[in-house]
Design a protein. Structure first.
Ligand code: SF4
Length: 185
């Protein structure tokens, strides 16, 4: 799990204290806050950590992840090492089995109310056994994981609209994430 703060990360990349404060000043001004708020902004940024992300892959073809690994700006390495803490992702994580599930549970516990959930793939409702991870049905894992999430992001047409698995005759009873979780503008 990522314990490094944003400031520590910037320091590692050679950003000086002076550069950091200049950035805070610009940000304070950009947000139209009074100059007196500068210490508050600096303090908040100093202690901020990269957001934890739990990526769930359900009835999918790995194409969404393939797209992610081929991104150029940012690259997937830049994204993982500099911007987010990718705590769970079947295809990209090193851990497997119990270790992988432990990482997901730990991330939920440590970041409750603050982590992001990314989902690719649809969810089968016809029969829970059609798609399971660690013996947990996709629906149960989705419900369990989004309970403490700050936001849920549906990636690709399968997660957003049901995609190919949802096509007639839809043998698995595939539905989109958005049909199961209320969407807030
Ligand atoms: S949206 Fe569905 S079909 Fe398209 S790449 Fe993602 S998982 Fe595959």
């Amino acid at each position: 799990m990522n314990k490094q703060t944003l400031y520590e990360m910037l320091q590692q990349q050679g950003v000086s204290r002076r550069g950091f404060l200049k950035y805070c000043t610009a940000l304070t001004s950009l947000m139209a806050l009074p100059p007196a708020m500068l210490p508050t902004v600096a303090k908040a940024l100093e202690s901020a950590r990269r957001p934890s992300v739990i990526w769930l892959s359900f009835q999918e073809c790995t194409g969404c992840t393939e797209s992610l690994t081929r991104s150029h700006s940012p690259t997937v390495e830049g994204l993982i090492f500099d911007h987010i803490s990718l705590d769970y992702h079947h295809t990209l994580q090193a851990a497997s089995g119990h270790g992988a599930e432990h990482a997901r549970e730990q991330s939920i516990k440590e970041n409750y109310g603050k982590y992001l959930v990314v989902v690719d793939g649809s969810i089968p409702l016809a029969e829970p056994g059609y798609s399971t991870i660690a013996g947990i049905s996709n629906l149960d894992m989705l419900n369990e994981t989004v309970a403490g999430a700050a936001a849920v992001i549906a990636v690709g047409t399968c997660a957003a609209y049901g995609g190919l698995p949802h096509a007639d005759p839809n043998p698995t009873g595939a539905v989109s994430v958005t049909s199961l979780i209320s969407v807030h503008p």
